[in-house]
Design a protein around this ligand. Structure first.
Ligand code: DGL
Length: 270
């Protein structure tokens, strides 16, 4: 096997949201080795400006290039909505975002589609655009949910306050009688137990991670980059506190991961 197939896939998010993508990668593509970066020192991304997000993403991609990844997955909707197009030309490895696969999955059955997302993703209307491109007849409503990521990152998923906040965010979508709800932020599948209690059974939940990983599979195949032997253990890195990231992640990973702290080099803005 050539060297390049053996290289890891770089996956990044602002925090533990990307673990919902990692879970799908492990399920669908268990032979692939993963390098996971969580930018917890600068989280949340969803209330930052487009310029800041683009700059953070560029720094992460420069670092990932040094680590010799074969592909990068933006396991972050906010980065995919605001930075994907701009950075694609700058790097010589494939970079995949999560919005297009999620939008395409939603229109397969949905006609009245709700999207819950970070304020930055909702304001970009990236989902609305991608959904309407796939089906111009669909109706789309996007709701920015600024409190969700801080609540998840501070491990308050089971707190009654989280349910109260979720009810407020979902109400306008329920009023529109949505038939489909997209998790427009990779953190939100962690809220599934809370959201399911508030949604009628008829509403179909779409986790774009599932569809993103199918797209990754196809891309690896097409580019001849697939790894077919045993994967190396996932390597975790963070810009913030490694112990905090490890202890929060444990509930989803089923083990306490080893996490290394790194400092990203700043790169000049283009
Ligand atoms: N999980 C990320 C997303 O999908 C970012 C959340 C945040 O840091 O605000 O948008």
């Amino acid at each position: 096997m050539q060297e390049i197939q053996r290289r890891p896939i770089g996956v990044f998010d602002s925090g533990v949201g990307g673990l919902t993508v990692l879970r799908e990668l492990n399920r669908q593509l268990p032979e692939e080795s993963i390098l996971y970066f969580a930018d917890t020192a600068r989280l949340p991304y969803g209330t930052r400006s487009a310029e800041e997000i683009l700059q953070f993403v560029r720094e992460i991609l420069h670092w990932m290039r040094e680590r010799e990844v074969k592909m990068v997955i933006m396991a972050c909707n906010t980065s995919s909505a605001l930075a994907l197009e701009a950075v694609r030309q700058e790097f010589d490895f494939p970079i995949l975002g999560i919005i297009l696969p999620g939008a395409r999955a939603a229109v397969r059955t949905g006609r009245r589609i709700g999207v819950i997302a970070t304020p930055a993703t909702a304001a970009s209307h990236a989902y609305q655009q991608a959904i309407l491109e796939a089906n111009p007849e669909a109706r789309v409503w996007e709701v920015g949910c600024p409190e969700f990521v801080p609540l998840i990152e501070s491990n308050r998923i089971r707190d009654p306050y989280t349910q109260q906040v979720a009810r407020q965010y979902l109400q306008p979508l329920l009023d529109r009688q949505i038939d489909t709800l997209i998790y427009g932020c990779t953190h939100y599948p962690h809220l599934e137990p809370v959201l399911k209690k508030l949604l009628p059974r008829s509403v179909r939940l779409v986790d774009p991670a599932q569809w993103l990983v199918r797209a990754i599979d196809r891309e690896l195949e097409l580019m001849g980059l697939k790894h077919l032997k045993t994967a190396l253990p996932t390597q975790f890195y963070t810009s913030g506190c490694p112990q905090d990231f490890a202890s929060l992640s444990q509930q989803w990973l089923g083990r306490l991961p080893e996490v290394e702290q790194i400092q990203l080099a700043s790169v000049p803005a283009t």
